[in-house]
Design a protein around this ligand. Structure first.
Ligand SMILES: [Zn+2]
Ligand SMILES: [Zn+2]
Length: 220
């Protein structure tokens, strides 16, 4: 589903899946492919929107929880795209991916990155995305901010009326509070979280930040 020029949204489909975002242009970018079980549904959505997966050449993630990066390798196989992880994902791989898997009694995902993203930007010929490190939900959370279109892809840092949990390995409520405080200073018309619905309209985004600061954060 098209959200703005060059930006498409594919809703989470079920358990251990997440919202997926696609930015068209050169290179085409997919953020958080989600769970491989649901990838065919999302690829169907891409085709419906006139996007060929082969036109996407960068796969990246807001953080490396399995519900976000589980389908990276599968999407790579079907599209030929490369997996680009952020330096902060690499630094925290052991804690987030390996210790996280141990907690759930599952095998850690083997994720082979093709290259590392720049610390603070990911651009294509249509869109400039600033990368903002936003630890708290996990130590490797990053957000992607398109200042021109006022779009914030925020992963599991904030949701519609809630925040990400802080009880997984490396989670930290004080860091989450600081991250949310910093994000709330940005001009945002499209708040695009990793789960549940998107929040659109500057007023609604601002009241969502207020609600989270005045309610949810007090209990963390
Ligand atoms: Zn997460
Ligand atoms: Zn998630």
């Amino acid at each position: 589903m098209k959200l703005t020029n060059n930006l498409y949204f594919y809703r989470e489909q079920g358990i251990l899946d997440c919202n997926t975002y696609v930015i068209t242009g050169n290179p085409g970018i997919i953020i958080d492919p989600g769970n491989p079980v649901f990838l065919p549904v999302k690829v169907g959505g891409l085709y419906k929107d006139g996007i060929n997966p082969k036109d996407i050449s960068v796969i990246t993630n807001t953080h490396l929880h399995i519900d976000h990066c589980g389908a990276d390798e599968t999407f790579k196989k079907l599209s030929g795209a490369e997996i680009a992880i952020h330096p902060v994902h690499k630094e925290n791989y052991q804690m987030v991916v390996v210790d996280g898997a141990r907690l759930f009694g599952i095998q850690p995902l083997k994720l082979t990155e093709d290259y590392c993203l720049d610390h603070n930007r990911l651009n294509n010929d249509n869109v400039e995305l600033e990368i903002i490190e936003s630890p708290g939900h996990s130590p490797d959370c990053i957000c992607f901010y398109n200042r021109q279109d006022k779009v914030l892809i925020c992963g599991d840092v904030i949701f519609d009326m809630n925040t990400g949990r802080v009880d997984l390995p490396g989670g930290n409520s004080n860091e989450l509070k600081k991250s949310i405080e910093a994000l709330s200073c940005l001009e945002v018309e499209y708040l695009l979280p990793g789960h549940m619905g998107v929040v659109t309209g500057a007023d609604k985004v601002a009241s969502n930040f207020d609600f989270i600061k005045n309610n949810v954060l007090l209990w963390l």
